[in-house]
Design a protein around this ligand. Structure first.
Ligand SMILES: NC(=O)c1ccc[n+]([C@@H]2O[C@H](COP(=O)([O-])OP(=O)(O)OC[C@H]3O[C@@H](n4cnc5c(N)ncnc54)[C@H](OP(=O)(O)O)[C@@H]3O)[C@@H](O)[C@H]2O)c1
Length: 312
């Protein structure tokens, strides 16, 4: 039997990376082919400790600290990496630095394969109209950079996180009359692509890990549910027994509802997605991506059942 290959996972304590680790650990073949090394900035945090308790090697590194990346990547064969959105004016520059540091370190370590969590380039897809969706454009530009490097690579694109309804992005807000409202700038019946990255990222990335050569140069597009914000409000209403409605608001109104540094970033993303879709024009690629794994994906109803909303 060949010795296991070292799979280094960035974002290991988070949703995408955590799902990759769970999938590999639970998979009879992948768990013997790959030995996981989980990267965190804080090895003492509970999520990192939990990984250690499951026999995963945990190492400390920071995407802004190249030396720490070189150490964490020693002996790496395959790397799964994400970069993290920064909610301030230097979002693009900072995230690009994370991606470049990581990609350069992966190549310098002599790794054989790099899987990166990317997104489409909103500026390019929209012909320059949506030029302020930095959280998307930067990942697409990091992907472009990785493609120039002397390493086999594949890419994974999750669509809108269902989890965003549990955090400040789309969370239902209590009103004086006891009902709840989800506020966003998009139309009530516009349809979006949704995905549960914590449960399902590993299903896609696992397919790449099982057959890396088949996926070299390819991007897997991940979506499980197509629905509108009104549909989501109705699902949350049904599950909680509370009245939850969706309300479209103007950009200025949304600025009042969200912390300022986040509101325009989120609103710009949603307006781009409303016009072009997460995978607009890539219908065949989405179908192909779905056919590349044999796992059932989490529907929005299942997500809500697993992660209930506690509206008090
Ligand atoms: N929200 C959406 O709808 C959506 C959709 C598609 C893509 N995305 C993108 O997904 C990415 C986030 O992925 P996720 O949801 O899997 O992560 P997450 O659950 O938000 O967790 C963030 C992870 O990144 C690690 N991390 C943060 N800063 C780091 C740094 N400087 N160096 C090393 N590691 C760092 C954290 O590790 P430690 O804290 O343990 O160090 C943690 O494991 C973002 O770029 C976001 O734009 C989001």
């Amino acid at each position: 039997m060949k010795p296991p290959k070292t799979l280094v996972v960035f974002g290991a304590t988070g949703q995408q990376g955590g799902s990759v680790i769970n999938f590999v650990l639970d998979h009879p073949e992948l768990s013997s082919q790959y030995k996981i090394r989980a990267v965190t900035r804080v090895p003492s945090k509970p999520a990192a400790q939990a990984l250690q308790e499951r026999g995963v090697e945990v190492v400390k590194a920071d995407l802004y600290d190249r030396e720490s990346l070189d150490k964490a990547l020693r002996g790496a064969h395959t790397v799964f990496g994400i970069t993290c959105t920064i909610f301030d004016d230097s979002a693009y520059v900072k995230e690009y630095l994370q991606g470049k540091n990581l990609a350069d370190a992966v190549v310098a370590a002599g790794a054989q394969y790099f899987i990166y969590g990317t997104v489409r380039h909103a500026g390019e897809v929209s012909g320059g109209k949506h030029s302020a969706v930095h959280a998307f454009d930067v990942k697409a530009d990091i992907e472009k950079y990785i493609r120039t490097l002397p390493i086999k690579s594949a890419f994974f694109t999750p669509s809108v996180y269902m989890q965003d309804f549990h955090n400040f992005f789309f969370t239902p807000k209590r009103q004086e009359d006891g009902t709840y409202v989800i506020f966003q700038v998009v139309k009530p019946d516009s349809v979006f692509e949704f995905f549960d990255p914590a449960s399902d990222t590993g299903k896609f990335v696992g397919a790449i890990l099982a057959e890396p050569d088949k996926f070299a140069g390819k991007t897997l597009c991940a979506v499980s549910t197509f629905c509108s914000f009104s549909d989501v409000a109705e699902m949350i209403s049904k599950s909680t027994g509370k009245t939850v409605k969706y309300k479209q608001v103007s950009l200025d109104e949304y600025d009042q509802i969200m912390p300022t540094s986040h509101s325009r970033i989120v609103a710009n993303v949603m307006l781009f997605l409303e016009e072009h879709g997460y995978f607009g024009g890539l219908k065949k690629e989405v179908e192909w991506s779905t056919s590349c794994h044999h796992e059932k994906l989490t529907t929005f109803e299942e997500f809500i059942e697993k992660n209930p909303f506690h509206l008090e």
